[in-house]
Design a protein. Structure first.
Length: 481
């Protein structure tokens, strides 16, 4: 292995910056909705606990949003720095959804976030509430345009090849936006984002409840997080099932690699592998623990369904579909099997652990519980949020690594997308620089979130004090201070 291979280093750098950026994206999507819901509860009930919760979790939302913006900018530079050949190939297609994301969704979102931050005592309450809901919609639209661009890499549609064959040109923008992969990925992404947000809320609320702080606010926040985790896990499972059906029809090799299925199988033979040991060359199976019929059911919604295997797909790709690329990949169009196989299982397993934690939490905190929640349960809940976070990150690894060796499925190999004139030492230098900068930013981000979380929301007024005056809202410190 050449440690200064530009392709290897460029892939590591893009993977690092993408996963780091994706640490903030799902929490932004989910926390925006949470803040909007809490503010709506305050608007409808007038109960100050919802106002304080709105501003408390609004601080966490803004910290995370700011960091997401900073790290997201780097993603744009990656295309021109290390992936210029890829940028030239897909630029005509990517230009429209990325422009919509940047000019319409992101600035739309940022504008209304600004109005929300500075409009607490300047806008009517109903108008101010509308600003956070509009900002939430902007964040979701932004996510969709990015997913539409990424979906073209998974399932290219709405394009035609240029006469010189050197680039893809968009000829149907609606087809790009309604790519089946994007339509299936959006609900899956949003449900997963809210799972992570629920996990963070559970952790923060548990930290304060363990110490007996802010009980009137943290108890409803905890219930919100626990129920949110369970409901969104169900949403993730249902939307993930639909996404897997699309994956089977558009990228059958990804599903075969996810199951380490080497030979096509039907019915009982199309089994789901719980654990598998393969040959060193990755072309066969030595031993596996399998559940009969389950893979057929997941892939086709039929117990008698058939699933194509890696070896059969390689033969088909090499001789019929993509013979022009066969020599470049030595006849093997499968991704790195151990990555896709275990990523698929860890993604599902960690999500299930997060949901199970929420079920246990609801049982322990039920109204007619005969015993108080033990301290160990609160401590476990505080550290339960990484399960949903790593489930999301590993799911993204599966999505992108499962597409390999393609950077645009069926059109361009990853090795052909790298910048041709960028030396390895140049990429290594930027990789080290980004790693160090991101490490510093991580310390800052984590420090701000932990400090803000420990400080907690502002205390509620004394119940024996006179009713709050009209100036109670203005007397409450605003989110930006």
């Amino acid at each position: 292995m050449d440690l200064l291979d530009p392709l290897l280093l460029a892939r590591w750098q893009f993977g690092l910056t993408t996963l780091y950026h994706f640490l903030f994206v799902p929490l932004t999507l989910g926390m925006a909705l949470t803040v909007a819901i809490f503010q709506t509860a305050w608007f409808r009930t007038g109960n100050l606990k919802w106002l304080h919760l709105t501003r408390f979790f609004g601080k966490l939302f803004l910290i995370n949003f700011a960091m997401g913006v900073v790290t997201g900018i780097v993603q744009e530079f990656q295309f021109g720095m290390n992936w210029s050949s890829y940028s030239r190939f897909v630029g005509d297609v990517f230009g429209a959804p990325l422009a919509f994301e940047g000019l319409m969704a992101f600035f739309f979102e940022a504008t209304f976030i600004g109005l929300w931050i500075f409009g607490w005592d300047k806008l009517p309450k109903g108008v101010h509430l509308a600003t956070i809901w509009i900002a939430t919609a902007g964040a979701w639209f932004s996510a969709y345009f990015i997913l539409a661009a990424n979906a073209f890499m998974q399932n290219p549609v709405g394009y035609r090849m240029a006469q010189d064959g050197g680039r893809a040109e968009m000829d149907d923008f609606l087809a790009v936006l309604t790519n089946p992969v994007a339509l299936a990925a959006l609900p899956h992404t949003l449900f997963a984002a809210f799972m992570l947000t629920s996990g963070v809320i559970i952790s923060v609320a548990s930290w304060h409840l363990l110490r007996g702080q802010h009980l009137e606010m943290m108890r409803p926040a905890l219930k919100y997080g626990l129920w949110g985790m369970i409901v969104t896990f169900a949403g993730v499972a249902i939307s993930g099932d639909q996404l897997s059906l699309v994956m089977v029809s558009t990228q059958p090799m990804k599903m075969a690699a996810a199951e380490a299925l080497f030979d096509s199988a039907c019915g009982a033979d199309a089994s789901f592998s719980l654990f598998s040991i393969g040959t060193p060359d990755g072309t066969g199976e030595i031993w596996a623990l399998r559940v009969p019929y389950l893979l057929a059911l997941l892939s086709t919604h039929s117990f008698d369904g058939c699933v194509e295997g890696i070896n059969d797909l390689n033969m088909q790709y090499t001789t019929e579909l993509f013979p022009q690329f066969a020599d470049q990949v030595d006849g093997n169009f499968a991704p790195i099997l151990w990555v896709t196989y275990w990523a698929f299982r860890w993604m599902i397993g960690l999500g299930a652990i997060a949901a199970l934690t929420a079920v246990v939490g609801l049982w322990l905190t039920r109204r007619n519980a005969k015993r108080p929640v033990p301290a160990w349960a609160w401590k476990l809940a505080i550290w339960a949020w990484p399960a949903s976070l790593f489930a999301i990150l590993i799911g993204w690894v599966f999505t992108e690594m499962g597409r390999q060796p393609w950077i645009v499925f069926s059109l361009m190999l990853t090795q052909d997308g790298v910048s041709p004139n960028v030396p390895g030492w140049n990429v290594l230098l930027s990789l080290v620089a980004f790693t160090l900068i991101y490490a510093i930013l991580a310390v800052v981000e984590i420090g701000l979130i932990i400090r803000t979380s420990k400080r907690g929301p502002d205390p509620l007024p004394d119940p024996d004090a006179p009713p709050p005056a009209e100036g109670a809202l203005e007397d409450t410190p605003t989110t930006v201070y």
